[in-house]
Design a protein around this ligand. Structure first.
Ligand code: ZN
Length: 283
């Protein structure tokens, strides 16, 4: 497991303060409401306004440069990781099609709520196409997963189990906390220290957890147009040389694949290279 050798295991990708909406609603994920779909997301007050750490972009960039055989003079290489949360879903085929068309890899932080059972085989297709599959949550139910550290890890174990028919669970070593690592919604259920505790435990268990530093805000309650998502990405990129872009692959984010050609084209024009999150951390 490459990341275990990484000196950057403790690095955190910071949450972007402008990112208001992250995830799907508890209603969507509730067995009672299933299969009805209600789009919502984290509220502004759920997120930490000032990230508690800095995004260690320069270090992963150098790591990635090393993997491509570049020497240290390429340390300033511009890199972008497109990441998709909350899939697989009915929109995943459209996302995969665009990624294939433009020949860029991406990372999918997936869920397995029951609602998306029928789409789970798509993670195999994504993996076989060269994308990274990473862990997000089985239930994505904040009140359950953040009720205690034990509940959180039970949910992760369940997710691994549900994914195991489609991808090698040994390769699932990266995770993204629902709401991000600096979310405050978890305090309601598990107390003020729960994220700190979970981050420490993730590292002890050999997981690399990853936030984002660019946000498309595509999971906002109101569906955004492809142009609005594109503008959000451009605006929050804000000159950063290493970008981890938060996008969504959920049942309601159908405009995200439509925004992808412009997003990919723009990053290419700006001289960015695309890689998976895992490649960002590889030696
Ligand atoms: Zn999510």
């Amino acid at each position: 497991m490459l990341f275990l050798r990484s000196p950057y295991i403790g690095n955190r990708l910071r949450s972007l303060s402008l990112c208001l909406m992250l995830a799907f609603s508890l209603g969507f994920l509730s067995g009672q409401l299933w299969p009805s779909v209600t789009a919502a997301g984290c509220r502004l007050e759920d997120l930490t306004q000032d990230p508690d750490t800095h995004f260690a972009g320069a270090e992963p960039a150098r790591q990635a440069a090393a993997t491509t055989g570049a020497d240290s003079t390429h340390a300033s290489q511009k890199l972008v990781c497109l990441t998709f949360d909350d899939g697989p879903s009915k929109n995943t085929p459209a996302v995969l099609e665009v990624l294939e068309r433009y020949g860029v890899p991406a990372t999918f932080f997936v869920i397995a709520t029951g609602y998306n059972d029928e789409y789970l085989p798509l993670v195999r297709q994504a993996r076989e196409a060269g994308h990274q599959i990473a862990l997000h949550s089985a239930s994505h139910d904040y009140s359950a997963i953040y009720s205690s550290p034990a509940a959180y890890w039970e949910d992760i174990d369940l997710l691994r189990e549900r994914l195991s028919p489609y991808v090698d669970p040994d390769g699932l070593t990266y995770l993204r906390f629902p709401g991000g690592s600096t979310n405050t919604v978890s305090r309601k259920y598990g107390g003020a220290g729960i994220m700190k505790e979970l981050k420490a435990q993730a590292e002890e268990k050999g997981y690399q957890w990853v936030d984002w530093n660019v946000c498309g805000e595509d999971a906002a309650g109101e569906k955004l147009s492809p142009g609005e998502i594109f503008k959000n990405v451009v605006k929050s990129t804000n000159g950063q040389s290493v970008c981890v872009v938060l996008l969504h692959d959920s049942a309601t984010t159908s405009t995200t694949p439509e925004a992808l050609p412009d997003i990919i084209g723009w990053y290419k024009e700006q001289g960015y290279e695309f890689c998976t999150v895992e490649q960002l951390y590889e030696k």
